[in-house]
Ligand binder design. Structure first.
Ligand code: ADP
Length: 441
């Protein structure tokens, strides 16, 4: 008995290869058409049923030369791993018609493996063959089986290669896109570098221009102040009659000269201060301050202005401890705020100067309250900007430089403080600023 074929039944395409094998057996032995149909039907049916229920297995085809023109043929079909499989139903479904071909069919079921044995009645052959021929056929079948396995793995390999090359193509696409994006980024970087260079150059130029402006202003202010002080000094001498009595018209002229001179001096002083602060050259000289004394000094300073409009100044100071700040600069701020309050108040009016602790915090707060013309909401921020005067008709009437509040803001901020205004148009304004309380040396 020689084993012609050991054949795995794992995939549907294995059935097609099985048909080819049966054809080869048929050609070698020269079986009758009837026998060929019988063998192929039985083999295919068992193999198909195996696949159909999803259990893999293998098939062994055995052949034996019984007489000169007769062979015996049997098939073992081994089904693996059939625990869940209704094996007896499978056998009963197949057995009746297979037996109708005159085949004997029986089965064995050990552990998880089932074997179906199918033996055909002796078959007539029309070719002259011997055992040698059967061995040769077995080798051919074995060879073509291996070839088919190789084909299968080749097919699988090709499929895998195709799938991988598709992925590779996607990756190449992605890399190309990334490269393009990188190029764009490089271009943008270059533009940015150029812009940065331009920016740095512009900033350097700006810095130079700013330094030039500052030194120009400082020099010019100095150059202007010296002759201006002479003009004011000599005009005062003329006004108070030290150099002889003047008539009324001459006094009027001298009065205008003095007024314009003082205005110009104030403007120059403020410009000089602002440019000093902007150039970072303004140094603060911190001293321990007695607040009541400071308020008295400020009061004294603005007394002539108060008198000229018969305005009363009420001072309230609830902050009794001492603190540190630059008294000259803070006095400058207070005088500025008080002068504005007087300037924008009616005659016989009242002004309040209040000093207390801010929000129980570590700040001291100064407020100047007036009951004058007030400021419209939309101008509350504007007035702290340089040369901002909100109402031209008032400004003309009251005079001013438009620099006072801007300088106040800068001086307060230089002390790490904050300044703001609250106002009701037509009713009055409250200008407040806070300074951090500094104890000790
Ligand atoms: P100026 O020298 O013109 O007073 P400031 O910077 O001190 O310049 O003030 C800017 C503007 O703010 C003033 O022209 C005025 O319009 C407004 N202002 C300042 N203080 C008051 C105030 N107490 N009441 C009403 N308006 C004020």
């Amino acid at each position: 008995m020689s084993e012609l074929l050991e054949f795995p039944i794992n995939y549907e395409k294995d059935l097609k290869v099985l048909v080819e094998r049966i054809e080869m057996i048929q050609n070698t032995f020269g079986l009758s058409k009837h026998d060929y149909t019988k063998i192929s039907s039985v083999l295919l049916d068992i193999a198909y049923n195996m696949l159909n229920v999803g259990y893999k297995g293998k098939m062994n085809v055995r052949v034996k030369l019984v007489a000169l023109k007769k062979i015996s043929l049997s098939i073992d079909t081994i089904i693996f791993d059939i625990d869940q499989f209704n094996f007896s139903r499978f056998i009963s479904q197949n057995s009746s018609w297979i037996q109708s071909f005159g085949c004997t069919l029986y089965s064995q079921y050990i552990n998880s493996t089932a074997t179906i044995y199918c033996t055909f009645p002796e078959l007539h052959i029309f070719r002259l063959i011997n055992n040698e021929t059967i061995i040769q056929l077995s080798e051919i079948l074995e060879y073509s089986h291996e070839e088919s396995l190789l084909n299968k793995s080749r097919d699988q390999l090709i499929e895998e290669i195709l799938a991988r090359s598709a992925k590779l193509n996607e990756a190449v696409d992605l890399i190309t896109q990334i490269k393009e994006k990188n190029k764009e980024i490089e271009k943008l970087n270059e533009i940015q570098i150029q812009q940065n260079i331009q920016l740095r150059l512009s900033m350097e130029e700006l810095k130079k221009a700013d330094q030039m402006k500052t030194s120009f202003l400082a020099n010019m202010s100095h150059e202007l102040r010296t002759p201006l002080n002479s003009i004011i000094g000599f005009s005062e001498l003329l006004e108070d009659g030290t150099l002889g009595q003047l008539d009324e018209d001459q006094l009027d002229v001298i009065h205008y000269i003095l007024q314009s001179g003082r205005h110009l001096l104030e403007l120059i002083n403020q410009i000089l201060d602002i440019s000093k602060i902007e150039a970072g050259q303004m140094e603060l000289h911190y001293e321990s301050i007695n607040i009541s004394l400071l308020l008295d000094e400020v009061h004294t300073h603005v007394s002539p202005l108060l008198l000229s409009k018969t305005i009363e100044l009420n001072k309230t100071c609830t902050y009794m401890e001492s603190t540190f700040f630059d008294p000259i600069r803070i006095k400058q701020v207070l005088i500025n705020l008080l002068s504005n309050a007087i300037k924008f108040s009616n005659e016989h009016s009242r002004i309040e100067l209040i000093c207390d602790r801010f929000n129980e915090g570590d700040y001291i707060k100064f407020s100047v309250v007036d009951y004058g013309i007030g400021i419209k909401d939309e101008n509350l921020e504007e007035i702290f900007k340089e040369f901002k005067q909100v109402d031209e008709s008032h400004t003309r009437a009251f005079q001013g430089t438009g620099l006072g509040l801007s300088l106040c803001k800068k001086l307060v901020e230089l002390h790490d403080g904050k300044i703001w205004v609250e106002s009701i148009y037509g009713e009055g304004s409250i200008f407040s600023f806070i300074l951090p309380i500094i104890n000790g040396e």
